[in-house]
Design a protein around this ligand. Structure first.
Ligand code: SF4
Ligand code: SF4
Length: 135
């Protein structure tokens, strides 16, 4: 029995299909949704933890890819380097879950880890490389 933490991206045309239900029913996996978000253009992002036999998890990932879901291994953590960040706000426009926002009063960057789905979209946008993956 192993555990894998994955980020699933659902394109608009399959976002309402019962794909996750089939993961449990057909692959005999324990399935835990840690965070989920649907973007304004209806793309779905989900951070999940799968528990089960390695072979079954591999099969489930194959099935997900075949249905059009993009599967990425979830990195451990996103961190923002306060010493580098210049609070330009660029990353806040990319973060679909609003885990990264500028504080209304101080105009400083705030990072809410509980909202982060580890999609890594913010990693390449920072002009001063203040956003990093902590493994
Ligand atoms: S893009 Fe980089 S510098 Fe700008 S607010 Fe985000 S972390 Fe800070
Ligand atoms: S990885 Fe970055 S862009 Fe994605 S949810 Fe977390 S903070 Fe937002």
């Amino acid at each position: 029995m192993i555990k894998r933490k994955l980020v699933l991206s659902f394109p608009e045309n399959i976002v309402t299909k019962p794909i996750t239900y089939r993961l449990v029913k057909e692959f005999n996996l324990e399935f835990n949704i840690l965070r989920a978000e649907i973007t304004p253009n209806m793309e779905g992002k989900m951070l999940i933890e799968l528990k089960g036999d390695k072979a079954q998890i591999d099969e489930a990932i194959k099935y997900l890819n075949q249905t059009g879901v993009t599967v990425q291994e979830a990195v451990k953590d996103i961190i923002t380097d306060k010493n580098r960040c210049v609070d330009c706000g660029l990353c806040t426009s990319i973060c679909i879950t609003q885990a990264l926002v500028l504080d209304d009063r101080s105009h400083k960057l705030k990072f809410n880890k509980d909202k982060c789905i580890l999609c890594e979209l913010c990693l390449d946008c920072c002009p001063v490389s203040a956003i990093k993956v902590h493994i």
